[in-house]
Design a protein around this ligand. Structure first.
Ligand code: SF4
Ligand code: SF4
Length: 373
């Protein structure tokens, strides 16, 4: 199916460098009308986002009921959903290092490691698509800035230098966690993971939100309000997980590529980019901030001007990655790695139920085994 998009052919923005004398693609078309294929990428992406948000709500709900069941020390049929370990990225990193160093799959929070591997692999093959397609916090942030835009008619960008400074914060946080984990031996990681604190780290996180103090509430409200006005405030400035995935994504061969010959310099791609990237001024988008959301491709009115693609290899053009292939690839990687962990019996940890029965009612007493952290 094709749609006709009416466009006016604007003047080339002053900031764009390059030849301006050559005829632009749109001027060669009659009456300023351009033909382009119907784009379903955003429908697909929003479906993924909603699906993963609902999956996380379901996992969180079952986990909460499971914890309540053990707090009451009542017999029950609920089983701990290992998928909640996606919310333990630091445990995932520690276990990943442990696995690399020892070759042994950890027995406490192994799902955290498999999910981290799935998201790292996604970042390498599909850029930071975890943030733009899967992460429930990213989805919630997007709902907030869209609501803010509806409310006041626009979102805001911080001035250049405050923006650069704040973007550095997530790398500082990542650097801190990387330093702590890299300084731990495999033995120290194993000891940490098998301590009461390590075993019920997920329960402690749940309890943090269940018994949110005044300060925690104030921080959450500030983040939510900031997210109404500034697109993806948490992801852009503070999320160390996103920072890690962004660094891996820079190695990805898949990139948004702009064909300068076909481009009509309308700058719609730049305007719509939630990561505030100057897409219409670039030939390839290499930035760690690109989430592979394909919004820029979806709005581009010029045929073949903007595509997510692999670099050219023995071919005249880069290999285009259509939205359906992008979506299928993300899903296949995620479910493939989770499925592998389940099929090989590594998805669920080896902590006996009796240990949880003993630890969960006294979760508040479990102290971090490494003083100072
Ligand atoms: S460059 Fe395109 S794919 Fe990347 S974040 Fe911006 S809109 Fe999304
Ligand atoms: S790539 Fe597409 S959306 Fe971006 S400036 Fe060129 S024609 Fe416009």
């Amino acid at each position: 199916m094709e749609e006709i998009v009416e466009i006016s052919c604007p003047e080339k923005p002053a900031a764009v460098s390059g030849p301006s004398a050559r005829p632009r693609a749109a001027s060669r078309l009659p009456q300023g009308r351009i033909r382009r294929g119907h784009d379903r990428s955003q429908m697909l992406r929003r479906g993924f986002q909603l699906g993963f948000l609902l999956l996380n709500v379901y996992l969180g709900g079952v986990f909460y009921l499971w914890v309540r069941q053990l707090e009451g020390m009542r017999p029950g049929s609920l089983v701990r959903p290992a998928g909640v370990e996606g919310w333990l990225p630091i445990a995932g990193l520690m276990n990943f290092k442990y696995w690399l160093a020892t070759g042994r799959i950890p027995t406490v929070h192994p799902a955290a490691m498999f999910l981290l591997i799935a998201f790292l692999a996604t970042a390498f093959l599909f850029r930071k698509a975890f943030c733009g397609w899967l992460c429930p916090i990213g989805t919630f942030s997007e709902y907030l800035w869209r609501a803010g835009r509806k409310l006041i008619g626009r979102n805001f960008h911080l001035p250049h230098w405050p923006d650069v400074f704040l973007r550095g914060l997530k790398y500082l946080l990542l650097g801190f966690f990387a330093w702590v984990i890299s300084s731990m031996s495999s033995w120290a990681i194993e000891e940490f993971m098998h301590s009461p604190y390590g075993i019920i780290a997920d329960v402690k996180m749940l309890n943090f939100f269940r018994h949110l103090g005044e300060m925690g509430l104030v921080v959450l409200v500030i983040l939510a309000v900031a997210s109404l006005f500034i697109q993806n405030f948490w992801c852009r400035y503070l999320c160390p997980y996103g920072a890690l995935l962004g660094l891996v994504a820079m190695l990805s061969p898949a990139r948004i590529r702009r064909n300068d010959e076909a481009c009509i310099d309308c700058a719609k791609c730049t305007k719509v980019c939630p990561s505030a990237l100057p897409v219409h001024q670039l030939i390839t988008v290499k930035s760690a901030e690109c989430t592979g959301c394909l919004e820029c491709v979806a709005v581009c009115p010029a045929p073949n001007a903007l595509e997510m693609s692999l670099p050219p290899w023995r071919a005249r053009r880069p290999a285009r990655l259509p939205a359906w292939a992008w979506a299928v690839g993300i899903a296949a990687l995620f479910f493939g790695i989770v499925g592998y962990a389940k099929a090989t019996g590594h998805w669920n940890g080896a902590v006996p139920r009796a240990v949880y029965v003993e630890l969960i009612p006294q979760a508040d007493q479990a102290r971090h085994p490494m003083p100072g952290y």
